[in-house]
Design a protein around this ligand. Structure first.
Ligand code: GLP
Length: 249
């Protein structure tokens, strides 16, 4: 399977990714798009309204699906992924998306399987995922699918890796939660299209492992290479020496 790796200069990268995303909404106004939190997509989300406007497009008919969520933080906590995605994107889209699907970790506190069932049912009723956009965890996780996750893992509540808990503090989730809910590898691989985002030199080694090393559950992002429509969108710090649109990995 040839993986397409689109490498852009760091200063152009947010505009490149936001432009591609805006094109998706322009082409399919009712798109169902799963989006991550984390620091990587922040400049992309900041740029998206401009790129939508440039195309005369909007996300007003779209469904935005949250990729993952911490379990154990109270509703409205600013470090929660739902609050974060609303703040950095959903609440800044005008018109707002038709629907925002997140994990109901409050009503079903402690019961992982009902959280997962409700999330999967909501995504299915929206028509399934047209596109999943992913960040890349320092340990190779995607969503909260931590190292050791097999390709057939479903939506579920997981124990977080220590590196993920440490990162959570940086996102305002303090004290860091021990568990999280995530779209599973199976749900990611079942989407019509998958984009993996990576920006910054601190992602170069783990992106290299994901693209050039063995495809293994030890690096969950490496399992994405089995997807027929995987696109890696990297800046030239995360993928040095390979500049250009849609290069083979
Ligand atoms: C976090 C999130 C992921 C995110 C990833 C990368 O733990 N659960 O969904 O994409 O780690 O974060 P960042 O973009 O800040 O490097």
């Amino acid at each position: 399977m040839t993986v397409r790796v689109d490498v852009t200069r760091a200063r152009d990268w947010p505009g490149r990714v936001a432009g591609l995303l805006a094109e998706r909404f322009a082409r399919n106004p009712r798109a169902v798009v799963c989006l991550p939190t984390g620091s990587t997509p922040l400049p992309v989300y900041a740029r998206l309204p401009v790129e939508l406007a440039a195309r005369g497009a909007s996300a007003g008919g779209a469904t935005i699906v949250l990729l993952d969520e911490y379990v154990g933080l109270p509703a409205g906590h600013p470090g929660r992924c739902d609050a974060t995605l609303r703040r950095v994107l959903v609440d800044r889209l005008d018109p707002p998306p038709a629907r925002f699907i997140a994990f109901d970790v409050d009503a079903a506190a402690g019961d992982g399987s009902s959280i997962a069932r409700a999330f999967d049912a909501a995504v299915a009723s929206a028509g399934g995922l047209d596109l999943v956009v992913l960040g890349l965890g320092a340990n190779g996780h995607v969503g909260l699918n931590e190292p050791g996750t097999p390709a057939d893992a479903g939506t579920r509540v997981v124990d977080l890796a220590e590196t993920t808990r440490t990162a959570a503090i940086g996102y305002g989730a303090d004290p860091p939660p021990r568990r999280g809910a995530t779209l599973g590898m199976a749900g990611i691989l079942g989407a019509a299209e998958v984009w993996l985002l990576a920006a910054g030199a601190h992602k170069a080694a783990i992106l290299g492992a994901a693209l050039d090393g063995p495809a293994t559950p030890a690096v969950p992002a490496s399992l994405l290479r089995t997807h027929p429509r995987l696109r890696v969108l990297a800046d030239d710090a995360a993928r040095p020496g390979r500049s250009g649109p849609d290069q083979p990995a």
